[in-house]
Design a protein around this ligand. Structure first.
Ligand code: SF4
Length: 512
């Protein structure tokens, strides 16, 4: 067989030292449809007066805020969240170079602009972009889908401070101080006569230091149990300092139950991302957004793990930013509370917001359980329920309950007349006497209205649309763009990051 000759290898021309007659223009190198052009165009059309007002004047010329904002947004749009990475990109990436007009602000400048110049004013810039999206017909603001996600703070996972631990520690100091005082009274009764503090219930560093001093003076020259001496020494050195620290933590914590010592504004929350699979709580923030067609209409940051509590604040903020509320709000059962239904009704918003058990009550088991209060017959004229045995349950009084958020709910109580010997008693109730049921007429009305709305054709459309609209945005930001942890610390700065990520998301979507 004849052996084939090897084919000649041909390479393309490669002349490393070839000189160009004219340097290439960056403009020509940027694709006409590249997202960087969208960032450039949108930011060029924004009114940045609020940011400009943050500059005091004098000193070295500063980089223009329009340049800095473009670079930051484009950094967040391309998953480069750290100021050092953006600084590097400005020297290596032609898109950044084109955007910055070949200016090279360093990471400190980028960071200062992000943390200081954007503080308190980024929301207004964000709102301008949302209104621009409305003008361009991308969204209408008629409907909004609300949801939240927890994002880890830039804080050590083990630097937790728990509110209940502080309470417990203060209680221990209080009890031990009482014991020391009682001991001193036994040993030096005369010296301490008429000197007893009014109460040990409320203690602070000053009061504790003063009481220990009184005990020291009273016990001076007396034969004192060495263990008590040791305890007094410890108390003198540690307790005032500890109480000062507890007071500071309590002030920072406010209504929360926990905080992180590295970022005192971060609260310990259960996150979806649980790599250790041990349910460990991590310091973080609750990022709430409303979306339409996967564009973010509004973002807000909260220190509570409870989504329910965030709805009124978030919706107020949306109204303030965009000048109007949406006509329709769609949210999951995490938001279905009486307080929220009342808020939405008072603001004229059609609420497609599920309540707890909405899905359960569609099941056969639920529907066929004659003992559930929802399935008891209610006679409006006589104001009484009828139990499964046909016995009237008469009105016996009212009851008020306060929710964890301080909202007052009014209940009416009804009692069966005689449950003794009833063959249905086992599955009906576990009380010793006659069965009592509590009904909240206002909540029943809200639930009935919501049930009808959610089961309507429109409601079913919104229900199927909700995960695709709002949850997909979180998936995109967290998993496709790897934004799973804030980089800055403190509520104000973290809010800026939430704003930048929301802005970048909207512009990225606009460019697609
Ligand atoms: S236990 Fe009492 S409330 Fe329940 S079905 Fe019997 S009579 Fe009615």
């Amino acid at each position: 067989m004849q052996k084939l000759d090897k084919l000649k290898v041909v390479f393309k021309d490669y002349n490393f030292n070839q000189n160009l007659l004219l340097p290439p223009s960056l403009e020509e190198l940027i694709d006409p449809n590249h997202p960087v052009r969208v960032v450039n165009q949108v930011v060029d059309n924004l009114n940045l007066d609020l940011i400009l007002a943050k500059y005091e004047g004098g000193g070295c010329p500063a980089y223009h805020p329009r340049l800095m904002l473009k670079v930051l947004i484009y950094g967040y749009l391309t998953n480069q969240y750290s100021s050092r990475k953006i600084e590097q990109a400005l020297q290596q990436n032609i898109h950044f170079m084109w955007l910055s007009g070949m200016s090279y602000p360093d990471h400190n400048t980028i960071n200062r602009f992000r943390s200081d110049r954007l503080r308190g004013v980024l929301k207004e810039v964000f709102s301008q972009v949302v209104l621009l999206l409305v003008d361009h017909g991308h969204i209408t603001l008629k409907e909004a889908y609300l949801d939240g996600t927890k994002i880890e703070a830039n804080a050590n996972r083990y630097t937790f401070v728990w509110g209940r631990t502080i309470k417990y520690s203060k209680g221990r100091i209080r009890n031990q101080l009482k014991e020391l005082w009682s001991y001193a009274e036994r040993v030096a009764k005369e010296e301490l006569e008429h000197n007893e503090p009014e109460s040990f219930e409320v203690i602070d560093a000053e009061k504790v230091a003063q009481t220990i001093e009184q005990i020291d003076e009273a016990l001076a020259g007396k034969k004192v149990d060495p263990k008590i001496k040791q305890k007094l020494n410890y108390a003198r050195k540690r307790w005032p300092e500890a109480l000062d620290k507890y007071e500071e933590y309590e002030r920072q914590m406010g209504d929360r139950n926990s905080l992180s010592r590295t970022d005192p504004d971060a609260t310990f929350m259960r996150m979806k991302e649980d790599h250790m699979l041990n349910g460990q709580l991590k310091p973080g923030y609750n990022w709430q957004i409303t979306t339409q067609d996967q564009y973010i209409l509004e973002y807000s940051l909260h220190q509570t793990t409870n989504d329910m509590a965030t709805l009124p604040t978030h919706m107020d903020s949306l109204k303030q930013s965009l000048g109007q509320q949406p006509e329709v709000l769609v949210a999951d059962a995490g938001y279905g509370s009486q307080e929220n239904y009342e808020y939405l009704e008072n603001n004229g918003i059609e609420a497609y917001v599920k309540f707890n058990n909405f899905h359960k009550e569609q099941t056969k088991k639920w529907k066929e359980n004659p003992h559930r209060i929802e399935n008891l017959y209610y006679n409006k004229d006589l104001d009484c329920y009828y139990c499964p045995m046909g016995q009237p349950m008469k009105f016996m009084g009212k009851n008020t309950q306060k929710t964890a958020l301080g909202y007052r709910q009014f209940y009416r109580r009804y009692q069966a007349q005689n449950c003794q010997g009833c063959p249905m008693r086992g599955p009906c109730h576990k009380r010793k006497g006659n069965r009592i049921v509590e009904a909240n007429p206002q909540l029943i009305r809200y639930k009935q209205k919501t049930r009808e709305m959610l089961n309507s054709e429109k409601g079913q459309h919104y229900r199927s649309r909700r995960p695709v609209d709002v949850e997909a945005v979180f998936g995109n930001v967290k998993y496709n763009h790897n934004f799973k942890r804030f980089l800055l610390r403190g509520m104000e700065k973290v809010e800026i990051e939430a704003g930048l990520i929301s802005l970048a998301h909207n512009l990225r979507k606009m460019a697609n």
